[in-house]
Design a protein around this ligand. Structure first.
Ligand SMILES: NC(=O)c1ccc[n+]([C@@H]2O[C@H](COP(=O)([O-])OP(=O)(O)OC[C@H]3O[C@@H](n4cnc5c(N)ncnc54)[C@H](OP(=O)(O)O)[C@@H]3O)[C@@H](O)[C@H]2O)c1
Length: 338
């Protein structure tokens, strides 16, 4: 089966996705009889378009100079071309304005309205307009997947399919690698918040403006998606009570240690309430993970806790989640035809 795709955003995740597609080309064909043909790669100022299929080897080798490729056209927007070129699937890997969800939200809505299935790694649209996006997908009979939006490669959204015989009752998680790195360093080295933050920035774990990470907004967005998906809630980010970690001092951490506790920036969904806040947890708790890792503990009704942990960021990590979403959509399509 041929699947014609358009990628929107050729940054870190988008580029890793193209490379992963090349690496897995033979596997996808052999295992799923799938031939993925990338016919469009959109950037904010134009697009690479070739309806017979773009030369990915050449485009990958050009790296940031991809606009020099012969298939580059200036000023083409996804909305103007996605239906004309007959895309089967649109993959959005653009950044999100945290207040509006744009531009990713517009790409998703435009694709669904054109009856094109969507995969997105941008979380904003889903913590702002989860219900509306799903209603539109239902109305237009399209599939939408977004595993990479929460904990990147950790398959925490798709785990729902494996727990149909059970029931998830609450969620506790560490969903932001930057704030977890900072707290881990403050705990292990006794350094001040500002020192740990600077270190995280030097290592590339924290943005120049780290506000969304350290004040809990990034984790809150991911928590909303988790709660809506796994607990069937219908929340937006404005429903989350959010407290950051910037006021935590080495002294507070030391006091917690003396009592056998550590401080973690937890994202919690329980009893219809969503929080992101620093909390005391026991030192030997499975949530006491170090570095930039993410961990999610699902409390279930019939099987106790289920805990899943892994890298919550990284280009290839997110790209692997996108490719998995792609395979899942193809399986759903195949099933609907049979
Ligand atoms: N990196 C990760 O580890 C990771 C993991 C999971 C999810 N995500 C999410 O995935 C998305 C992409 O992340 P990233 O790290 O790949 O970011 P990135 O490197 O900044 O890539 C985003 C790309 O989208 C382009 N872009 C911006 N506005 C656009 C528009 N209107 N139309 C088309 N392209 C546009 C950007 O171009 P310019 O740079 O030229 O503006 C850039 O090439 C984000 O929403 C992020 O939160 C990232």
């Amino acid at each position: 089966m041929d699947v014609k795709i358009g990628l929107i955003g050729k940054g870190n995740v988008g580029s890793c996705f193209l490379e992963l597609l090349k690496k897995k080309e033979n596997y996808l064909h052999k295992e799923y009889n799938l031939r993925i043909i990338v016919i469009a790669i959109y950037e904010y100022d134009g697009a690479l378009i070739n309806e017979k299929g773009l030369d990915l080897d050449k485009i990958i080798s050009l790296k940031e100079r991809f606009r020099e490729h012969k298939d580059w056209k200036d000023n083409i927007k996804p909305i103007d071309s996605m239906q004309k070129i007959n895309l089967d699937l649109c993959i959005d890997t653009t950044p999100t304005n945290p207040d509006t969800g744009k531009p990713a939200l517009n790409h998703i809505i435009d694709a669904l309205n054109n009856h094109i299935d969507v995969i997105s790694s941008s979380k904003g649209p889903f913590y702002l307009k989860y219900k509306e996006i799903h209603e539109l997908a239902k109305k237009t009979k399209t599939y939408i997947k977004y595993e990479a939006t929460v904990a990147s490669c950790v398959p925490i959204l798709s785990i729902k399919d494996s727990l149909n015989g059970n029931e998830i009752t609450s969620i506790k998680a560490i969903l932001n690698g930057t704030s977890n790195y900072i707290l881990s360093r403050m705990t292990s080295e006794g350094v001040a918040f500002s020192v740990a933050l600077k270190e995280a920035q030097e290592l590339g774990y924290a943005e120049a403006d780290p506000t969304l990470d350290i004040e809990g907004y990034d984790a809150a967005g991911k928590l909303v998606i988790l709660a809506n998906e796994l607990l069937n809630w219908s929340k937006t980010i404005s429903d989350v009570k959010i407290k950051g970690i910037s006021k935590i001092t080495p002294h507070t951490i030391e006091l917690a240690k003396l009592e056998g506790f550590t401080i973690k920036h937890l994202a919690i969904a329980e009893k219809d309430i969503l929080f992101v806040e620093p909390r005391l947890i026991e030192k030997d708790s499975p949530l006491n993970i170090g570095g930039t890792l993410n961990v999610i503990k699902l409390q279930t009704k019939y099987a106790g806790p289920i805990i899943i942990m892994g890298r919550g960021a990284g280009g290839y990590e997110a790209a692997s989640a996108i490719l998995n979403d792609l395979i899942s959509i193809q399986k759903l399509r195949k099933r609907s035809i049979e």
